[in-house]
Ligand binder design. Structure first.
Ligand SMILES: [Zn+2]
Length: 188
């Protein structure tokens, strides 16, 4: 059975949607983990055509994927707060080197960034390529991790002025407000 895309009610357009779904393979709030084993990871990647061969995935590959996922989530939090995260950027650069990202020109004349590495490294590189493409098409800045720290769900902010901070105002927005109220009353 296919592992479903976890995009919720605010899906990003492709190719960014795959990045959103990758971040949401873990749900901070419920503890759900779609990538519990190296086999799950392999299945998830091949179902999204990020993996071409039939390589065996090891525990180390799963750890790498989770590290990239955590860095991406930090990048999405940075999209929400506006403050960049040097730690996450360092991790992204390391993955870009491991995947041997190269710039190529297609027959159509369009430029494309893609990984020269194969196997698990190449598959994670194809996720980086989607990040890069979405930065170029202007959609990246709208993909955010929910500001509510027990949530951190990746959502696509379609608001006119890019001001959306929560995956759902009705859930996390109100929860944040309620906590602010509680904190204030506790302080008085
Ligand atoms: Zn949320």
């Amino acid at each position: 059975m296919m592992i479903e895309d976890r995009i919720g009610s605010k899906p990003a357009p492709q190719p960014l949607r795959t990045v959103q779904a990758f971040v949401n393979t873990s749900d901070v709030e419920t503890g759900r983990e779609d990538l519990a084993t190296p086999r799950d990871l392999r299945q998830w990647l091949s179902e999204r055509e990020l993996l071409k061969g039939d390589e065996t995935f090891r525990d180390a590959d799963l750890r790498q994927a989770k590290e990239l996922r955590a860095a991406l989530r930090q990048m999405l939090l940075a999209n929400n707060s506006g403050a960049s995260d040097p730690g996450a950027i360092g991790v992204m650069n390391r993955f870009a080197r491991t995947a041997q990202m190269v710039l190529t020109f297609k027959e159509t004349g369009e430029a494309e960034v893609r990984p020269a590495a194969e196997g698990p490294d190449g598959a994670l590189g194809r996720i980086l390529a989607r990040v890069c493409a979405s930065m170029a098409d202007g959609t990246w800045q709208r993909l955010k991790a929910c500001k509510q720290r027990e949530c951190l769900w990746a959502f696509y902010d379609r608001s006119k002025n890019h001001s959306g901070a929560w995956c759902a105002m009705s859930v996390c927005g109100n929860r944040t407000k309620a906590r602010g109220y509680r904190n204030r009353s506790r302080g008085s």
